[in-house]
Structure formats: structure tokens, C-alpha cells
Design a protein around this ligand. Structure first.
Ligand SMILES: [Zn+2]
Length: 219
């Protein structure tokens, strides 16, 4: 049987581990991981009309509207060779965006990593980052060898300024309101793959690989 190419979206609340899991999947399947943040920055760097509007939104800290996000993703994704497959991280974030994506670049699996809010809060509160090289650590998994010191560059680790409990809870509310409805959208399309993320990195990866294999995705 011909193995299906992975054309995936990976989503879930902050702290669910989708960044780490996305990298593991991308290694296994040898497909690029496409982060919406990078595409956004690339469009801004290009200085296109859309990029200039995006820059204003980034500067103001306001959430970019769907039309702008869709326009940038469309412009950037068209210029990439994704014929071997891909994993999209950070896009789509709303049902409107998902509908747009399905028209320009149909996906065949949407991986949702689910964790309870309290686990997300605890994970994010224990997250520390190197201000120099941006490597992220936490106090349970991915712990630096020397406490408080970045294993990559030796920088002094600290909690991110936007990782206060209030800010984390606000972001979770936004996630439930705007992004979580994607689960229903993809369930109706028959492409939803849900994984419980409240486990070790290795275990979540193993479960994910098993479920993908059952759906006919091969490495
Ligand atoms: Zn560092």
C-alpha cells in the first residue's frame, strides 16, 4: 500500500508541547516544519504592502485580522516547495483561517495535543528561557544541566516577562475561544487526530506515531 504523505497542521494550547512534538515528527517524516511566526517575519522583511501592515500589528501588539494572516500565509506558502509534505505550526488559529488554508493548501491530518488548563499553567510558569539564544527550558523536563545557566550559550536563564499567571490564563481563554473550535471543524472533515499531551515527550511522540501509522502515514 502506498504510504500517505504527511500534510499536517499541529495545534493545541500553549504548553502542550506542540513545538517539541512538531520537531520530532518533522525529523521522522523528513518534512519541513513551517512556523507561522517565521512566515510572518519573512513577509515583514520582504517589505511587501502586506508585510508593512503586519509590522504595524506586531508593533502595536494587537492580534492581526484573519484577512491579513491569510494573505501573508498564502503569499509565503506559495513560494515554498512542500511537495514532500509539511507540518504547519501556528496557523491556522481560527476556523476562518482553516477554511482558507483548505482552499489553498489542503491538509490531510490535524493533530491536536490536548492538556488541561492547570497543566498548561504549571508548565508555562516553570518555563525559563535564555534571553540571549532563546532556548527554552523548564524545571521538570528539558532541564539545564547547571541550574539557571543556558546549556547552549551560558546565558543566565529567567522566566519570560509575558509568562505571568494572569497573562497565561488570558492566552488560554483566547485559545479556547478562537482556536479550539478548529477541533470541531477538522472532526467534521474527518482529519482530526487527538492526542493527550499530559505525558512525557517520548510517550506522546510514540502514541502519535502509532496513530499516524494506523491512518496510513508512513516514514
Ligand atoms: Zn543561551
Amino acid at each position: 500500500m502506498q504510504r500517505k504523505k504527511l500534510r499536517a497542521v499541529i495545534f493545541g494550547p500553549q504548553g502542550c508541547g506542540k513545538g517539541t512534538q512538531g520537531v520530532l515528527l518533522s525529523d521522522k517524516f523528513d518534512v519541513p516544519i513551517v512556523g507561522s511566526g517565521e512566515l510572518f517575519r519573512a513577509e515583514i522583511a520582504k517589505g511587501s504592502p502586506l508585510g508593512r501592515i503586519a509590522e504595524e500589528y506586531t508593533r502595536s501588539g494587537c492580534l492581526a485580522p484573519d484577512e491579513l494572516v491569510n494573505g501573508i500565509m498564502s503569499s509565503q506558502l506559495k513560494s515554498m516547495d512542500l511537495s514532500r509534505g509539511f507540518i504547519l505550526d501556528g496557523y491556522p488559529r481560527t476556523v476562518d483561517q482553516a477554511g482558507f488554508l483548505q482552499r489553498i493548501l489542503p491538509i490531510n491530518v490535524a493533530i491536536l495535543i490536548k492538556i488541561p488548563d492547570e497543566v498548561a499553567v504549571q508548565r508555562l510558569l516553570s518555563r525559563i528561557q535564555c534571553p540571549k539564544c532563546k532556548t527554552v527550558y523548564n524545571t521538570s523536563e528539558a532541564r539545564p544541566a547547571i541550574s539557571g545557566v543556558c546549556a547552549v550559550c551560558g546565558g543566565a536563564l529567567k522566566r519570560r516577562d509575558d509568562d505571568t499567571e494572569d497573562a497565561i490564563r488570558t492566552r488560554l481563554v483566547n485559545y479556547h475561544f478562537m482556536t479550539e473550535p478548529l477541533a470541531q471543524y477538522y472532526r467534521q472533515k474527518g482529519t482530526l487526530l487527538m492526542i493527550k499531551g499530559d505525558q512525557s515527550i517520548e510517550y506522546v511522540h510514540k502514541v502519535m506515531m502509532g496513530k499516524l501509522a494506523k491512518l496510513g502515514f508512513g516514514v
